[in-house]
Design a protein around this ligand. Structure first.
Ligand code: KG4
Ligand code: ZN
Length: 330
């Protein structure tokens, strides 16, 4: 039995978890800073670093207490090494290194994007490999062919804003709070997608572009002050989610895979889930989402991803450093 301690601090959630064999969350504690950054309309890296530093050791103690696990019984310490904000990443990495060193445990550096992916595999054992991945987070939008748990090929990505980023930016333009994704999702439920916003299709077959759509919404708001916020939000959400589902289904068909895994914060979006459901009935493709609670940043997914490295004997040493621009295939 392997007990992996996971640590996540790449953005604005400090999270610590213990996961057994990559499949059972023994204990997990997360402190979100969302309310703190909301007043600035986005994450302020320096403030985030300070809050991670304040919370990380108390959360770790709470996780050990709740799990009833002695630190000496751990098998390894896994920590997010990137992508993310360098200051916040370094808080988690330094803490993980000191724990691993003092407890004489192996250290594992985890790719945060693969963490999001493992949030799906942690709870869903029915996914067949190879599969297609729709990675939709605050910073990444990619279609990835996942050949095995260790082999990833990026088929397309956003050439400008990430999907989550576009939700956050459009929400701000509409005078809604941060983070915009969950708010647009909620507001849209009271509206109708009345406005046919453009679904930009950049040259690359599986690439995305969301910045033109954002500009379109900006001009639309300027010229249509009587339009209901709920309908504008629903129309924007419709444009983003339909292009995401259309392209990922096309990729799944071209590469003859049966399953699509949706990962990252935007996987929580209810319209995306509805569209996926429709597409799965039409095309006979299985969509797999993480449980809502595990769509956004958490340490259970980092521990689950770390378990893959643990099995493969991929360990880091104390020179482990933050890599803010790490890619899914790195
Ligand atoms: O994956 P994540 O925690 O951050 C990164 O690793 O980048 O995702 C955060 C992003 C934010 O942009 C947030 O607005 C978006 O996910 N998000 C949503 C929803 N919940 C979170 N976007 C659309 N609908 C949601 N329900
Ligand atoms: Zn994330």
């Amino acid at each position: 039995m392997a007990l992996i301690l996971g640590i996540e601090s790449s953005c604005d959630e400090t999270s610590v978890a213990i996961v057994e064999n990559g499949e059972r969350v023994v204990s997990e504690k997360t402190a979100s800073q969302v309310d703190i950054h909301a007043i600035y309309g986005g994450v302020v890296p320096e403030i985030a670093s300070r809050h991670h530093l304040e919370k990380i050791s108390i959360l770790t103690k709470m996780v050990f207490d709740e799990a009833g696990v002695d630190p000496k019984d751990l098998s390894a310490v896994a920590v997010t090494r990137g992508p993310g904000l360098v200051g916040p990443l370094l808080v988690g990495i330094s803490y993980a290194k000191s724990l691993a060193y003092s407890l004489e445990l192996p250290l594992i550096g985890v790719n945060h994007i693969l963490g999001h992916l493992n949030a799906v595999f942690l709870f869903d054992k029915t996914i067949e490999l190879p599969c297609m991945v729709m990675m939709v987070s605050g910073a990444h939008t990619e279609i990835v062919l996942m050949e095995s748990m260790a082999s990833y090929r990026i088929l397309g990505k956003s050439i400008d804003d990430a999907a989550g980023e576009s939700f956050d930016k459009v929400a701000r333009m509409m005078g809604l709070s941060y983070p915009g994704g969950p708010i647009i999702d909620r507001v849209s439920k009271q509206g109708m997608p009345l406005y046919p916003f453009p679904k930009p299709k950049p040259q690359g077959k599986y690439d995305f572009s969301f910045s033109g759509l954002k500009t379109h919404v900006r001009y639309f708001l300027r010229d249509n002050s009587d339009a209901r916020t709920e309908d504008v939000a629903a129309s924007f959400q419709e444009a983003v989610t339909s292009v995401l589902v259309e392209k990922t289904v096309k990729a799944a068909q071209e590469y003859s895979v049966k399953d699509i895994v949706v990962a990252g914060g935007v996987a929580a979006n209810s319209a995306l889930r509805e569209k996926a459901d429709e597409a799965s009935k039409i095309h006979g493709i299985g969509f797999h989402f993480p449980p809502l609670k595990y769509c956004t940043d958490n340490a259970a997914m980092i521990a689950a991803a770390g378990w893959q490295d643990y099995k493969a004997g991929r360990f880091a040493d104390l020179s482990l450093n933050a890599v803010p621009n790490l890619e899914v295939s790195d």
